[in-house]
Design a protein around this ligand. Sequence first.
Ligand code: GLN
Length: 486
Amino acid sequence: MKPLHHLSATELRDAFIRGDVSAVHIAEYFLSRIEKHNKELGAFLKVLGPRTLLKAENLDRKRSHNQPLGKMAAIPVAIKDNTHIAEELTTCASRFLTHYKAPFSATAVHYMEQEDALLIGKTNLDEFAMGSSTEKSAFFPTNNPWNLKCVPGGSSGGSAAAVSARLALIGTGSDTGGSIRQPASFCGVVGYKPTYGRVSRYGLVAFGSSLDQIGPMATTVADIALTMEVIGRHCPHDATSMDLPPETYPLSTHLKGITFGIPSHFLHNLKPEVRNNFLSAVETLKTLGAKTIDIDLDLLKHSLATYYILATAEASTNLARFDGIRYGTRAKSAKTLEEVYDLSRKEGFGREVKKRIMLGTYILSAGYREAYYKKAQKVRTLIINAFEKAFEKCDAVLMPVAPSGAFKHNTIHDPIEMYLQDIFTIPANLAGLPAISVPSGFDSQKMPLGLQIIGPQMCDISVIQYAYAYEQASHLSTIPPLFEAL
Ligand code: GLN
């Protein structure tokens, strides 16, 4: 048998179910990989050793008694640290929540545990998921497994790095403006943002509630499909969760009769290496029988501005609950109630988070609400309409995931330049569309790049199928050389 970390999550599960390997061995194996590599990667904020081993022992017992095993049996899963695991810390990589213990598990986490996943740890992120590099974690930055001097992307950089380096075989992220897809692309793994409402947000610390979605990151598209089968289910605790029967995600490599739309005007300003990589991915899709057409999505040039108005407005209301009283660490020096609020927030939040709260408060304040917030809502509707129109002519839209491969740490200081990282990912959040990032090759620095496939609302299954067909034809999912060995 191959070393365990060379298997996909599905292969590892099957090996466990067949009896080739015990759950305790799997748990010990991945825990020791984390022990060995986490220092250089900074992917995990917390490792759940004893909890993981306990669950593994239970699984071995279940198997030896021939009890039915879940769909994710013995798969080591890493959870982004803005998503609750009951009784464990949820820090959101913020000083404010350093000691905050989750009172319950997020629905997505709960569903995975029900299917016998082995939760292995909580992963690093940009504070409150605001960022694109995981450099804005209040604790430490995460490094990219392909080159430790580079960022892993963000904000779900910890999960992306953990999966890429095979310290876990599935990771979860949250995607408000690209935080699953961009780090997946930077780290050479598959990342999926479901249709808004497909996966419950219950137990995810809210950033921009109308945009946030939890989704999986994995080394293969089949593992993404498996995870979606488990987590893409109705949840009564989230009012925006779609009340639909559970679905299965069949995989096929056929693309005959499928038309992909390409907003080609968007491609003019791309770096040549990113454009070439994108165009060669398009060629691969064509060899599988797909057709491509030009589509007009010129309106998407307003996405970034629209997003930074809506996301900051929603963040400023969502983060108002962190006041040092009910949630968060209370400033020790505070003497009055006013000081508790002021000093706790001053000491607890990092710069980026403060900036967004202030921007959002300004946008929602009397006199500016109409000019910014309401206008942005209208543009959002136009963007939704533009996609709907595009989907009359094509089955899915193709775009790169990000304007470049992973960049070096401490090289992007200009906030606008950082925000531009999400230029290709934000439109899917604004329109609530399912979108996947699948590895498409490497840039001139040998850093991974990703192809993005965006589908109509609710067409999660199709998007995952197209990505599967592409993955099977391209054979690009590989292990970073630094982490290939035991
Ligand atoms: N990078 C974007 C931001 O900073 C998106 C973050 C996200 O998707 N959580 O807001």
